[in-house]
Design a protein around this ligand. Structure first.
Ligand SMILES: C[S@@+](CC[C@H](N)C(=O)[O-])C[C@H]1O[C@@H](n2cnc3c(N)ncnc32)[C@H](O)[C@@H]1O
Length: 469
């Protein structure tokens, strides 16, 4: 017989903190931590537990006795159902406070590191509409909200174009207005959905794998260029062209209209052929006079204005001279490498994705940067003794790894090389703390600067300067 889950209720719990993975934190009467999802620090609530572990509970607030003065009214009609922007009900200054605290806690508790005074987190000027790239999914099995389920309406049309409900790969929330990407993003998405419905173009069914329309990507730039990419599942030329011609005619500001036909089970486009339907197969972003060509598969930091701030901090921390050989590990499309190149003798970028390295080389040539070289491969294999013997021992290493942080062999190799300075840019201060701990005997932390790239979410970027002890 299946064991029935016992849920517990705790009354009058004060929410005292916020942090890891965006959860807020209260305490159970026995002192165990309760991770909550629908509260703000300062709320006093009754909690129903959803999960019980040895050292903690997870739960949701079912009744609010007092609302925190840190609360603000969420601007988005989809708040609470949509998985993005989970901190939208907390004032921005408080979001920044908890992000800063999270970085400091991780460095101290995970890394056991001695810290200099941590510089106050750099907030984003734009708290909404800051993203330059959004990806939406089509589905014929729309997620119905609680109000919709409780209403008497019978929903025959279940088409949706929007975001996945957290943890549900086959359920899509229909998005009417998203506050993350500037116009005409919402107009383009809504027009594509309305036109497709009117013309009976079918939306994808992820369970049974059928339907014409699969995903939509919109990229905007500070230069005014716009890329739209529609992913189709079925190869139906007539219907495809009907939609693409309509999009092209309706939005003459789109400078790159592309599509892909993807019959695979998953919807990643990285191994698919992309076809340019109208305009160019790329757009350009600009930063401090440098031009970066971005194609549909290219990586580019999603908050362009804050990326500029992040790169300036990185360059200041590196404080390069014309004598310095710099390595930019996990270089992506070589943006940081090109951003610092003028100050250095030479920069070497290493990155795993061949297309990104192709873009990095092309961009460097366009930007007339002749002292940067780029190499492709898995860091733990490429960044070895032979590579250093061939390309030279770096004076300064800049590293910007993915969320998992650096492989321990890469950390060891940095220690073997022993550069005078390391600038560690990270989007996950927990793995950054782990890596810094491994370097602690040889390097001292001189500066720490958290940066907020993603307002309304719990994500936080952190830049650390290390110098040899
Ligand atoms: C956080 S991004 C940094 C990109 C770049 N610094 C920028 O600002 O645009 C991390 C990069 O590391 C690359 N990467 C991930 N794992 C890697 C590995 N094992 N070896 C080399 N590069 C890797 C990813 O493809 C990605 O481009």
């Amino acid at each position: 017989m299946r064991k029935k889950k016992r849920r517990q209720v705790f009354e009058n719990v004060e929410v005292v903190d916020a942090g890891a993975k965006g959860k807020t934190i209260g305490k159970a009467p026995d002192g165990r931590v309760i991770f909550l999802t629908n509260t703000v620090p300062g709320d006093i609530v009754d909690v129903q537990t959803t999960k019980k572990r040895k050292s903690y509970f997870e739960g949701i607030a079912t009744n609010f006795h007092a609302l925190s003065d840190k609360r603000v009214e969420p601007v988005c009609q989809h708040f609470g159902v949509c998985g993005g922007c989970k901190w939208q009900d907390m004032g921005y200054e408080h979001q920044l406070f908890y992000k800063q605290k999270e970085v400091e806690n991780n460095l101290k508790r995970i890394g056991h590191l001695q810290l200099p005074e941590v510089t106050p987190i750099l907030g984003s000027k734009e708290q909404y509409f800051y993203r330059n790239k959004m990806e939406f999914s089509f589905s014929d099995s729309r997620w119905l909200t609680l109000e919709e389920l409780q209403s008497d309406t019978i929903f025959e049309n279940k088409n949706a174009l929007g975001f996945h409900i957290p943890g549900m790969w086959d359920k899509i929330l229909n998005i009417k207005k998203c506050h993350l990407q500037a116009d005409p993003s919402n107009a383009i998405r809504n027009e594509i959905r309305d036109f497709s419905e009117k013309n009976e173009l079918t939306f994808f069914n992820p369970r049974n794998q059928h339907g014409l329309l699969r995903t939509l990507m919109i990229r905007t730039t500070s230069t005014g260029e716009i890329m739209v990419l529609i992913q189709f599942y079925e190869d139906d030329k007539e219907k495809r062209e009907l939609l693409l011609n309509h999009v092209s005619k309706t939005f003459n500001t789109i400078t790159s209209l592309q599509y892909v036909i993807n019959k695979k089970q998953n919807d990643t486009i990285y191994d698919q052929e992309i076809v340019c339907f109208a305009g160019n197969d790329h757009i350009f972003e600009e930063m401090e006079g440098l031009k970066f060509k971005i194609n549909a598969k290219s990586f580019y930091q999603t908050n362009s204005n804050q990326a500029y701030e992040l790169y300036k901090i990185t360059r200041n921390f590196a404080d390069l001279t014309k004598e310095d050989l710099v390595y930019d590990l996990y270089t992506g499309t070589g943006t940081i490498a090109q951003f610092v190149a003028k100050k250095a003798k030479k920069v070497i970028g290493i990155e795993a994705i061949p297309e990104a390295i192709h873009d990095a080389k092309e961009n460097a040539t366009r930007n007339e940067i002749y002292n940067a070289e780029f190499f492709v491969g898995d860091m733990k294999n490429v960044f070895n003794q032979e590579f250093i013997a061939t390309h030279g021992r770096p004076d300064v290493i800049i590293t910007d790894p993915p969320r998992d942080g650096m492989h321990k062999d890469v950390v060891q190799q940095i220690l073997n090389i022993s550069p005078k300075k390391i600038v560690y840019v990270s989007c996950n201060s927990a793995t950054q703390a782990r890596d810094l701990q491994l370097m602690d005997a040889n390097y001292i932390i001189k500066k720490v600067q958290p940066v907020d790239m993603f307002p309304q979410t719990h994500h936080v970027e952190n830049v650390v300067l290390l110098e040899k002890r």
